[in-house]
Design a protein around this ligand. Structure first.
Ligand code: RP5
Length: 162
């Protein structure tokens, strides 16, 4: 089965966060590929990745970046696939810089932006799975199972009242 999701990150320093997205994809059985593609240091590779993504068989792209985070938007400029942007938590501005850089796309190149940091990265994988699940019943079933597991865990957490 061809890789369904392309996971891109602006730096290997983003990997500890983006690894969580990859692990979530693995838990849902979704094949993916991952790459370091720096918007500012690897502009040619970025363009190549965006322009070839659909023909490679990818269905969704998850892109994580921090600071002046141009990677998700520039990938979106180079593909018609849905792009999910993950703002990395930064030391200087706690990721608000990443969030604003990713979320404020002008008309014509949308990036579906998730929250800053680890929860956002995991949600990016779920959102990618939900997009794939529109036409893939097996993935949709795994997502439904996950929701049911979460419901049961939340309900059972009442036992922790003291
Ligand atoms: C961004 O700059 C990357 O996505 C990373 O979050 C940030 C810092 O990169 P490094 O200087 O750690 O390589 O492009």
């Amino acid at each position: 089965m061809a890789n369904a999701v392309g996971v891109a990150m602006g730096s290997i320093s983003d990997w500890p966060t983006m690894k969580l997205a990859c692990e979530q994809l693995e838990s849902l059985g979704i094949p993916y590929e991952k790459h370091v593609i720096s918007a500012h240091r690897m502009p040619d590779e970025l363009q190549e990745f965006g322009k070839t993504a659909r023909d490679k068989g990818l269905k969704v792209i998850i892109a994580g970046a921090g600071g002046a985070a141009h990677l998700p938007g520039m990938i979106a400029a180079n593909t018609t696939l849905p792009v999910i942007g993950c703002p990395m938590k930064t030391r200087t501005l706690n990721g608000v810089d990443s969030l604003l850089s990713i979320v404020q796309m002008p008309f014509g190149a949308p990036v579906a932006t998730v929250s800053i940091g680890e929860a956002g990265a995991k949600n990016a994988a779920l959102l990618a799975a939900q997009i794939i699940g529109v036409t893939d019943p097996a993935v949709a079933k795994k997502l439904a199972d996950l929701k049911e597991k979460q419901r049961v865990e939340a309900k059972n957490s009442e036992q922790q009242f003291d």
